[in-house]
Design a protein around this ligand. Structure first.
Ligand code: PRP
Ligand code: MG
Length: 211
């Protein structure tokens, strides 16, 4: 019996996720071109998946645990338990508008078009503030939207800020702060919970050593 973990297939989280497993003494056979890999020294199977699909895999119990951005869980998996914050891949989910446009408050977005890959996060934020806007859901390259006349504002991840800068945008609201977390399937079996505990124990000592 093995614990099945999902990690991001490619992208910012991938490398750091593999690194923390390695620091935990878990060696994974190179899975670069495979979607599945196993460890030789820990009862673990690694599935390389698309970020946005991971909450559903956890829900379905197809994987037992995952390393995923909190922001993705907030958007698509509010029902899924976080076992551990992992301290890397820190980012914000923010609203931004063109640099030259003035901004006083969130009310300025009333009736405006907002392009985003995080519709639920934006909807919740705006409804809390009592603002109604028109959402355009796109899956990537969101920051180009104002420049091509698709939207007045965008909501996306901000890490270094360089994508905003390059697209002549300015951050006007930080909706949430996020980092990588270890998330757990609601369907995990008792047996695999034991393996999870073992893993968490190792992760905790790695995180302590990193401080
Ligand atoms: C992500 C995110 C932002 C950018 C933020 O995009 O969607 O656009 O990174 O990072 P920064 O603040 O350091 O520039 P990514 O490059 O992953 O591509 P995508 O949006 O097309 O998925
Ligand atoms: Mg992007």
């Amino acid at each position: 019996m093995k614990i099945r973990i999902a990690i991001q297939k490619s992208g910012r989280l991938n490398e750091d996720s593999l690194r923390i497993l390695k620091d935990c003494g878990i060696s994974i056979d190179n899975g670069k071109d495979q979607l599945k890999a196993s460890s030789r020294n820990f009862p673990m199977e690694v599935f390389y998946l698309r970020n946005g699909d991971i909450p559903q895999y956890l829900r379905d119990g197809v994987v037992d645990i995952a390393i995923i951005g909190e922001n993705v869980l907030i958007e698509k998996g509010e029902d899924i338990r976080v076992a551990e914050k992992l301290g890397f891949s820190k980012c914000k989910v923010s609203l931004a508008i063109p640099k030259g446009v003035s901004y006083n408050s969130i009310q300025d977005l009333e009736g405006k078009r907002i392009a985003t890959s995080y519709p639920n996060t934006v909807k919740n934020y705006l409804s809390e503030k009592g603002v109604k806007a028109d959402l355009h859901i796109i899956s990537g390259s969101v920051e180009i939207a104002p420049n091509i006349g698709l939207a007045d504002a965008i909501c996306d991840i901000v890490s270094s800020g360089s994508t905003l800068f390059k697209n002549n945008l300015k951050e006007v609201e930080v909706m949430l702060k996020s980092e990588a977390v270890l998330a757990v399937s609601p369907q995990i079996t008792e047996e695999r919970k034991q393996l999870l505990q073992k893993l968490q124990f190792r992760i905790q000592s790695v995180l302590r050593a990193r401080q």
